[in-house]
Design a protein. Structure first.
Length: 309
């Protein structure tokens, strides 16, 4: 999961990648931590306390990933560690609560583990051979300074981002009452839709890349015909599922910022835009034609050139 690149902000190493919102993210945990002590004792405060506590587990994973990446000169390992962060958050919350999970919570945990194990296995194969772009480019560009700047740019930014996404997960796990089955089944349905979309997109892409006659071509069939980034859309839907589970909490609706932030990040702020720039550079007119007939992230509205067909 790439946290993006672009505008340079004062205080960065000269030419370092960064966007203004990157510098807002580290302030959010501090602001939440400062505000929580002033809240009255309630289910809301209890959940926020545990969300902050889970940040300690996130920080440990982030520091371990940075040390690992620095040791083997491959900061792509953060992409492998990213799926472990929500599992660490869930583990920290369950340990702090000291209560056995109910059936709905157990279903949530099973889905979370399936997502995590699959993504770790996938990113391991993609990232362990050699450091991928843009990390390798940044390493060459910033030399000795990169070992420290990478801690912020790659590891801490991703850690804070995923910690924010995990707010619905924490509220689901800290609901005062057991998660009702209608809520649990609705959440599982959203998760399954996202999982199947991402799994299908990944399989279709792998088959396309392995075919002998696809050199220079673009994959624009199957789910790739409907959106340009179906894998990111599937990922977003799975994160939306935790918000559905969180509706079992009396204050769960407050965590709507989690899936909204995830969708914005995946489709419009970082993941998809980075891929878009790469494809525009490497595929030129073919990519421009694909963009003209295929939406970026959401299937609707369709471009006018295709909606009439």
């Amino acid at each position: 999961m790439d946290c993006g690149h672009g505008d340079v902000v004062a205080g960065d190493p000269e030419g370092a990648p960064g966007r203004s919102w990157h510098y807002v993210l580290p302030v959010i945990p501090l602001a939440v931590g400062a505000a929580v002590p002033f809240l009255p004792t309630s289910a809301l405060r209890d959940s926020l306390d545990l969300w902050l506590l889970s940040g300690g587990g996130v920080l440990l994973i982030v520091l371990a990933a940075w040390a690992w990446g620095a040791a083997i000169r491959n900061h792509g390992v953060m992409d492998i560690c990213y799926p472990a962060i929500p599992v660490a958050v869930a583990g920290a919350v369950l340990w702090a609560r000291g209560r056995s999970p109910d059936a709905g919570t157990a279903l949530l945990l099973i889905l979370l583990l399936v997502w995590s194990v699959r993504l770790i296995a996938q990113t391991w194969g993609h990232n362990m051979g050699a450091e991928r772009q843009p990390y390798a480019h940044w390493r060459r560009r910033f030399g000795r300074r990169w070992i420290w700047w990478s801690l912020f740019q790659i590891h801490l930014l991703q850690g804070i981002t995923v910690w924010l996404w995990c707010a619905p997960l924490v509220f689901a796990l800290t609901a005062p009452e057991p998660i009702p089955w209608p809520v649990a089944l609705a959440g599982a349905g959203v998760w399954l839709a996202g999982f199947l979309l991402q799994w299908t997109a990944d399989r279709q892409l792998a088959a396309f890349k392995s075919a002998a006659d696809t050199r220079g071509r673009l994959l624009d069939t199957g789910v790739w015909r409907w959106v340009r980034h179906p894998n990111y859309l599937g990922e977003t839907l799975m994160w939306c599922a935790w918000f559905v589970f969180a509706l079992a909490h009396p204050y769960g609706a407050l965590t709507a910022f989690g899936p909204l932030f995830t969708g914005w990040f995946m489709g419009y702020a970082s993941a998809a835009p980075f891929k878009e720039m790469h494809m525009a550079r490497t595929r030129g007119e073919a990519w421009a034609a694909y963009c003209a007939r295929t939406p970026r992230f959401l299937p609707w509205p369709r471009p006018r050139s295709t909606s009439r067909q």
